[in-house]
Ligand binder design. Structure first.
Ligand SMILES: N[C@@H](CCC(=O)N[C@@H](CS)C(=O)NCC(=O)O)C(=O)O
Length: 191
């Protein structure tokens, strides 16, 4: 089986790439030259017709047609979680993992990156998240997993995209960002 992840420098592809590194799953990394518009070219549109990264190609004889092509970072993350065999297995745990991945990609991402939402939503959302993270425990089950990867990846974007933002009102978030930044797999991806 071969996993090929397509992304760009400083793109959302860092999230599934971090997950692959954490789980020790072999993969090929294809970094598109997005500044030159490589993601809009015919070759990549055959993988994701919406011309956005990340995208994942999974080649495996057991798949219909021998291949699966996936876009949307959340869908890619959840698929990798399933393939890894290292996530919580109950239906309830899987549902909660999906809940956090969707929260990260829809609610949290909007509150961070859409300026009109940021003003209204960022602070209350961070307050609730801080309370949830205060015990230092994983979001689902007893061990770090795909839910943590999705939420922490966005939290760790904060000092990158908003270096002047004061996070001191949310100490658990600050601690979680520091934990993420010290993880070897994260450092391999983010440098
Ligand atoms: N919801 C999508 C968003 C994908 C997305 O917007 N990716 C950006 C990079 S982070 C992109 O490819 N932008 C290129 C463009 O819009 O031309 C996901 O999570 O995968």
């Amino acid at each position: 089986m071969t996993l090929t992840l397509y992304g760009g420098a400083r793109s959302r592809a860092s999230m599934p790439r971090w997950y692959l590194e954490e789980r020790g799953m072999p993969y090929a990394w294809v970094q598109l030259d997005m500044a030159a518009g490589e993601h809009r070219g015919e070759a990549f549109r055959a993988i994701n017709p919406f011309a956005k990264v990340p995208a994942l190609v999974h080649d495996d004889p057991s798949l219909p047609g021998g291949r699966l092509q996936l876009f949307e970072s959340g869908a890619i993350l959840l698929y990798l979680a399933e393939l890894s065999g290292q996530e919580n297995q109950s239906a309830a745990d899987r549902a909660q993992a999906a809940q956090w991945v969707l929260f990260a990609n829809a609610t949290l991402a909007t509150a961070l990156f859409v300026p009109s939402s940021r003003e209204r939503e960022f602070s209350p959302l961070m307050t609730v998240l801080d309370q949830r993270l205060a015990d230092g425990r994983p979001l689902v089950g007893d061990a770090w997993g795909v839910a943590d990867c999705a939420v922490e990846a966005y939290l760790a974007y904060l000092p990158v995209f908003f270096p002047d933002l004061d996070l001191s009102a949310w100490p658990a978030v600050v601690r979680r960002i520091a934990d993420v930044q010290s993880r070897p797999a994260y450092r391999r991806v983010m440098g």
